[in-house]
Design a protein. Structure first.
Ligand code: M6R
Length: 618
């Protein structure tokens, strides 16, 4: 869960590395560093804190170079210290940056210690630097080209590692190249004109090039100014397809917004419309939305098992209500990190659906592999990042079109996941013979109206910001919802705790009296999602239970919910009830509440403490 970038060019690459690291900060922001190499040696600068601090230090030291690597860290092995920050250096000769976790680092450390290597950090990464150095020295036959030795040393070293890694390495002995390797963590090579790059994702290098090669599992590569060579896990040179990325620079910039989270909340009408575009264009819900073979696969499905983490899991929970009610198929939803370690029941005809914004969440990836090992034949991934690991490992794919999501708290990814899952539901419903053309047309019409209704909900921002002022001084909050809106209560509580650090819990409103009601007093704000659906009267009774204990209610109702404000009962009305798509609309106010509460508390909204955007560790 770190970000890496590297460059070789005729120009000074330090600004490219620094800009790249700033774009990769979403992957980790504990510390950062860069190293440059030339025939005179390897130099590095590292700092704890944000990339901007390291940038200042690099400028003060007059850092310049035409070959360099950089890293932004989310600490796993070893605390947040400068000594643990990357790049790690071996014998002053070789510098390396790493994303991932090396599982056999302790054995390798013992072995390298016995060979005379001294360790300066507590990281698993330093082991790799020394191991490559060791192989480099071992391969020092007279006349052997040092560049070739560097690649061969990397290829030998990775065969002795277990775990996950994306690596970029440079050496004083071979100042005309970078070498890199990928296993279990994303890594791509960027192709420029007389300059080439390596990065964890395309956002890091998009200012320099859009032409990229995604490395595959086990690949290594040699990157020189004049060209790139890629080798497979057996060290055979291979050709990998060149992709032209459509990530735009504008999508990576803040524009008029204060935070990426705010920008991403406001992008939702567009993001949802883009995700729905294909269905709206063809005027219906065709299985091919999920891939060419999807009709054949989905027709035989007798149930659905959804696997995901965090916000994506809550999207899955919402989908369960839809899939069982509309498609008439049994649907289970499970947190990926739990599923992967239990003896799960597997019906080969149940479709495995993984949901992941990043496409690289380790627990979700491992749950997918585990499901396949249990005999599940059909897999479908709903993902926001093209070419990422989870969709690549899945039979069918639906890419949400949210665009780059940079704020750690997921917002537009969630609502676009809901849009994709609703489409999947209707496709399954049609294949099950439960959605007749008239009903399908009705759903399509509701989807057409969805971006507009989301925009109306966004217009409530000033009222919600006023509520947030009252939340800012609280220590705890409860979120209640029922049915389809219970997952939205969970999502609201997660958003609030993630970015404002207020302790928040969500319950199905009917469960309150079975325990959590004991928490309610005048200091406890209770957020209620109360749309005008068939459970509204039940929710109103649950609200009475809260009010009777002095709890203060903050109610998100629909225009037609028939609520009145009274002492201790605050009401904000979202647009007219949006039927089965109501959870999408009711997500917007809880996102805005969390955002404005965090703003009022002065937290780091886009980079909350202890978290990172992509969770590629257990
Ligand atoms: O990339 P993924 O969707 O697989 O990520 C899953 C969770 O880590 C993620 O949703 C996390 O809970 C977010 N920070 C929530 O805002």
């Amino acid at each position: 869960m770190c970000g890496i970038v590297g460059a070789i060019a005729d120009r000074d690459v330090v600004p490219v590395l620094v800009e790249g690291l700033k774009r990769l900060e979403y992957r980790g922001y504990d510390s950062s560093g860069i190293a440059i190499a030339d025939a005179a040696g390897v130099r590095r600068v590292r700092r704890t804190g944000r990339v901007a601090e390291m940038e200042q230090a690099a400028a003060a030291e007059g850092f310049r170079g035409t070959l360099g690597i950089g890293h932004t860290r989310w600490a796993t092995h070893g605390g947040v210290t400068e000594a643990n920050a990357h790049p790690h250096i071996s014998h002053g000769d070789l510098a390396l940056v790493h994303n991932g976790i090396i599982e056999n680092h302790e054995q390798q450390r013992e072995r390298l210690r016995a060979l005379g290597y001294a360790f300066e950090s507590q990281t698993d990464t330093e082991v790799i630097a020394h191991l490559i150095h060791h192989h480099m020295v071992q391969g020092q036959a007279p006349g052997t080209d040092p560049g070739r030795r560097l690649l061969a040393a990397l290829q030998a070293a990775v065969k002795e590692l277990t775990g996950a890694y994306a690596l970029a390495v440079l050496s004083r002995a071979a100042p005309d190249r970078l070498v890199c390797a990928r296993m279990g963590c994303p890594l791509l090579v960027g192709l420029g004109e007389g300059e080439n790059f390596v990065a964890s994702d395309v956002s890091a290098i998009v200012q320099a090039t859009r032409r990229v090669v995604f490395l595959e599992e086990g690949d290594t590569a040699e990157i020189r100014r004049e060209g790139v060579r890629v080798f497979d896990a057996g060290d055979r040179e291979v050709r990998r397809e060149v992709h032209v990325s459509d990530v735009s620079l504008a999508s990576l910039e803040l524009g008029p917004y204060r935070h990426f989270m705010q920008k991403e909340i406001h992008e939702q009408p567009r993001a949802i419309a883009d995700t729905l575009e294909a269905a709206i264009d063809v005027g219906g819900f065709e299985a091919e939305l999920f891939g060419a073979r999807a009709g054949e696969v989905l027709r035989g499905v007798t149930g659905v098992q959804i696997l995901a983490c965090g916000t994506s899991y809550y999207a899955g929970l919402t989908a369960r209500y839809w899939i069982e009610a509309i498609a008439g198929l049994p649907c289970s939803v499970e947190i990926a990190s739990e599923y992967r370690y239990r003896d799960a029941y597997a019906d080969p005809d149940h479709l495995i659906v993984t949901i992941s914004q990043s496409g690289e969440t380790l627990d979700t990836m491992e749950a997918l592999k585990y499901a396949k090992s249990l005999g599940h034949r059909h897999t479908l991934s709903i993902c926001n990042v093209p070419e990422s690991a989870i969709p690549r490992a899945s039979g069918l794919v639906c890419y949400t079109r949210a665009g780059a999501e940079i704020g750690v708290a997921s917002t537009k990814a969630f609502t676009t996941q809901l849009a994709a899952l609703f489409q999947l539901t209707v496709v399954l419903g049609k294949l099950q013979g439960r959605v007749a053309p008239e009903r399908e047309a009705g759903y399509l019409e509701q989807l057409r109206r969805l971006p507009g209704s989301v925009q109306h909900a966004l217009n409530l921002e000033p009222q919600i910001a006023a509520w947030a002022e009252r939340f800012a001084g609280k220590h705890n909050a409860l979120f209640l919802g029922r049915g389809l809106h219970y997952p939205i209560a969970l999502e609201g509580a997660l958003k609030l705790k993630e970015i404002s650090y207020i302790h928040a819990e969500a319950y199905p409103a009917g469960e309150l009296k079975h325990g959590p009601l004991a928490l309610v007093d005048a200091a406890m704000p209770v957020v209620v999602i109360a749309p005008n659906d068939r459970l509204l009267e039940k929710v109103k009774s649950n609200m009475q239970e809260v009010r009777a204990r002095g709890g203060e209610l903050f109610v998100f109702a629909d225009q037609d919910s028939n609520f009145t404000q009274s002492e201790g009962v605050h009401v904000i009305r979202t647009p007219r009830h949006a039927g089965v798509l109501s959870p999408v609309i009711h997500t917007i106010p809880v996102q805005l509440l969390a955002y404005h509460t965090a703003l009022a508390r002065g937290t780091d909204v886009d980079k909350p403490r202890n978290l990172a955007k992509s969770v590629t560790v257990e």
